[in-house]
Design a protein around this ligand. Sequence first.
Ligand code: NAD
Length: 366
Amino acid sequence: MSTLESLNVGVVGACGRGGFATHPVPGVRLHALCDINREALDAAAAKFPGVERWADFGEMIDKSKIDMVVVGTPMPLHVPQSIAALRRGLHVMSEVPAGVGIEECRELVLACRQAKGLYMMAENMNYFRPMRIVTEMVRRGLFGKTYYAEGEYLHELRDLTERTPWRRKWALGTNGVTYGTHSLGPILQWMPGDRVTSVCSVGAGQHHVDAAGKPYELEDCCVMLCRMQSGGLVKIRMDFTSDRPSAHRFCLQGTDGCLESSAVLRDPDRIWLRSRCEGRAWRTVEEFAEELLPESWKRAEADAKSAGHGGSDYMQLLDFVTAIRTNGPSPIGVHEAMDMTLPGLVSQKSILEAGRWLDVPDSRTW
Ligand SMILES: NC(=O)c1ccc[n+]([C@@H]2O[C@H](COP(=O)([O-])OP(=O)(O)OC[C@H]3O[C@@H](n4cnc5c(N)ncnc54)[C@H](O)[C@@H]3O)[C@@H](O)[C@H]2O)c1
C-alpha cells in the first residue's frame, strides 16, 4: 500500500480521457493502468516503466495495491465502475457526467453514503483559471446576490463520434442535454447553496446525419432552462452537431456585478463590478488575477499548465488528493455531482414532452 505522502492511483480508460491522470501531480503515484484496448494499453504503459497494466477493471481493483481509481471510461461505465471501486474501499475520481440515468445515480449516492473512500466528479471546467477568479469574486461578495446565468457548450463532435462509437448512443443518440456538467459546474459555484429544482428543454431540430446517413436523435441545438431553488434562472445551451468552431461561453448576473465571458479561449472575459469599475465600464477578469487567483493555483501554475486543459486537469487531481490526505470534504462530492448531472437527465424527458417543466430530484433526500 502507499505511504501517507502519496496515494497509489489506478486509471481506468487509461488510453482515452483517463490519460489525464498520468501527468505527475504531487501526492499521486501512478501505480496501474487499465484499458480493454490491449494494444493501446501496451503503448501507453511503455511510457511508464514499472506501472502495472490491466485489461480487466474488476481484477485491477481486486488485486492491485491501489488507494484510488480515476474513471475515464465511456459515460455508461462511470456509475458501475465507481460503485465497484467504492465497495472495495477505494477513493474514486470519476469523469463527467456522474451517470447516464436517474436510477443508477441514486445507487451511486447510496454507495457513497456507505463508502470509506471519497468520491469526486472530475468537473475540470470548475478549475479553469478564469473560473477560479470569478468563483473568488463571488465568494467575496463582489457580485452581490447572483440570480441569472448562462452556459454554452458548443462543440462539433460528429467525427469524434465515428471514432468513439459509444458517443453515438450516449451523447448524440439521446435528445436533450446529454453533457451539461461543463456548463452547470461553474455556474453552480457562482450560485452557492442553490440548486436546480426544475427544468424545461427544447431543441432546434435535426439538420445533420451520421456516417450511415441516419439523423442524430440529439437535436442540433438544445436549450435547457433551469429554475433555481432561490427563484433564479439559468439557461444552458448545448450543440454537438452544428458546423461551427467550438465555443464555451458563460454569463452571470448579480445585484452588484455581471460577467460576459468570451466564447473563445484567450479572448478577454468582460466583467463589471459595481465596487471595482468606473461607472458602467467593463474590465477584464484577467485584470483581477494577481489579487484573486487562489495561492494554490499560482504556486502550481507552471506544472499545471504543462498538463491538460489549461491546467485544470492537474488542479482538480491535486485538489482531490489534498482533500483525501487532510480528511476534508470532497471538492465535488456526490451531491454536487448530482446537482450538475441530474438536470441534464431530466431535460432528456422534458424534451420528449415538448418542453414540459419537470422537477429535478434532490439527491440529499435519497
Ligand atoms: N472532462 C473533460 O474535459 C473530458 C474530455 C473528454 C472526455 N471526457 C469524458 O471522459 C470519458 C471518456 O471519453 P473519451 O473521449 O476518452 O472516450 P474514448 O472512447 O476515447 O476512451 C475511453 C477509453 O476507455 C476504454 N474502455 C472502454 N470500456 C472499458 C472497460 N470496460 N474497461 C477499461 N477500459 C475501457 C476504451 O478502450 C478507451 O481507451 C467520457 O465519459 C467523456 O464524457 C471528459
